[in-house]
Design a binder for this molecule. Sequence first.
Ligand code: PXP
Length: 241
Amino acid sequence: MPFLCVNVDHVATLRQARLGTEPDPIAAAAMAEIAGATGIIMHLREDRRHVQDRDIEIISRTIQTKFNFEMAATEEMQSLALKYKPATVCLVPEKRQELTTEGGLNCIGNEDRLRDYLAPLHEQGIRSSLFIDSDPAQIEAAKSIGTEYVEIHTGHFADAASRLEQKAELEKILQGIKMSQDLGLKVNLGHGLNYVNIYDFADVPGIYEYSIGHSIMARAIMTGIDRAVRDMVEIIRTFTD
Ligand code: PXP
């Protein structure tokens, strides 16, 4: 059975909307683990728009399953990874203005740089994953870098404007999964996966892990809203007229 790694970035997004202390992504991570998540992902962005340094520091101490540190390949992130020693780092490209990670990492032509970048992390026993588009040249480059995992970008599939386009994107992903597996890479999938489109991968063998954030947090709000409102109504009911 594939694993489910839950991304709690958007719990932090909600907290940062008020620059306060709740909801706390650390508490959300613990609840996700109790519910069966086999790993927790946090993306510490250069602009600190959601996850903060404090979150990385605390999750590293409280994680019960495995912490997957999603990050850009910068010097700052490398030293944080060496300090906090997550189970895995997932390297992603990062653009200041993007709403979310828009595309895969460009490994082609960056093989030496990325290999050197990952070397000290690998020496410390930290595993690596490269978030890439399902493109044969990117997969080959990722393999030559010496990563253990690739995370194939499912965002174009998830965002496809028509079922036809979605099928074409799915086909590309399936070919990428097969090629990566043939090369001995472990394959994760992530970005835009939800309670509907995940069924398209039900019969695909050998997927190591799904990395899912937004749709789970969106559902958590909807499934939790009834209880949250009832709790407040209950409190107000106890007040005198
Ligand atoms: N994997 C990577 C590399 C990502 O950048 C993201 C988004 O932060 C995800 C998975 C999760 O995507 P989503 O929030 O759309 O489920």
